[in-house]
Design a protein around this ligand. Sequence first.
Ligand code: ADP
Ligand code: MG
Length: 238
Amino acid sequence: MGSIVLKQVTKSFGTTKVIPPLDLEINDGEFVVFVGPSGCGKSTLLRLIAGLEDVSSGVIEIDGQDATSTPPAKRRLAMVFQSYALYPHMSVRRNIAFPLRMAGMDKAEQDRKVEAAAKVLNLTDYLERRPGQLSGGQRQRVAIGRAIVREPEAFLFDEPLSNLDAALRVGMRLEISELHERLKTTMIYVTHDQVEAMTMADKIVVLRAGYIEQVGSPLDLYRSPRNLFVAGFIGSPR
Ligand code: ADP
Ligand code: MG
C-alpha cells in the first residue's frame, strides 16, 4: 500500500525535455519532500505521479502495479491544492464531500466520512460555513479534508502553504506533519522552501532542471551534500 516507483520516467512539452530519465522509489508511509528552485520540474513530477500529465516514456508503479496508463481518478492518490481551489459558494461540508458526491456515494455515507475528516482536522464547528468565512489555515484544512475523505494511498501536496502568511505557514507545517503521524499514509510534498523540506521530510529529493541531484534524509543531505548545489540549497556549512 502506498509505494510509488518511477522507472526511467521522462516528460517533454513539445521539443522541451523537462524531465530526463528519472528513477525514484517512495516507500509506503514515507513523507517525501521534492525541493528545488522554481521551474525545476517539481509540479510536473507530481502531476505525472498523479496522472494529471502523461509520461513521455517510462513506467510509474503504484503498490507494485504498473499504473502508467491508469487515469487519475483510479490511482487512489489525492492531490491537495492550495486553499483557493475551494468552491466559494459551497459550505465546508459540501466542499469536503465533493469527491464523494462525484463518485455517487450515498448521502449518509458521505456525511459519515466528512464528519470523520472534520474531526481529524478540527473543522467540526465549521462545516456549515462558506470558505469565505474561514481563516487561511482553516481553508487549507478544508482542502486537506477533501483529500482525506477519498482515503487515498498517498497524498500529493503542491506548495500547499505558499499563499499563507509566514506565521500561519509554521502552524500548518506542524499540522501536516501531525496528520502524517496519525494517518501514516505516504505523503509527497513539493516546496521550494528549504526549511519546510528539512523540518518535514523523512526523505528529501533535491531536484535541479528536472533531474535528481540527491536523495536522502535531512541529516544525510546536511552532513554529506553531494555537491555545492545541494549544499547551497540545503544550507549546509560545506
Ligand atoms: P516547478 O514546479 O519546479 O516550479 P514546473 O514543473 O512547473 O516547475 O515546470 C518545469 C518546467 O516545465 C518549466 O520550465 C515550465 O515552464 C515547463 N512546463 C511546465 N508545464 C508545462 C506545460 N504544460 N507546457 C509547457 N511547458 C511546461
Ligand atoms: Mg510548481
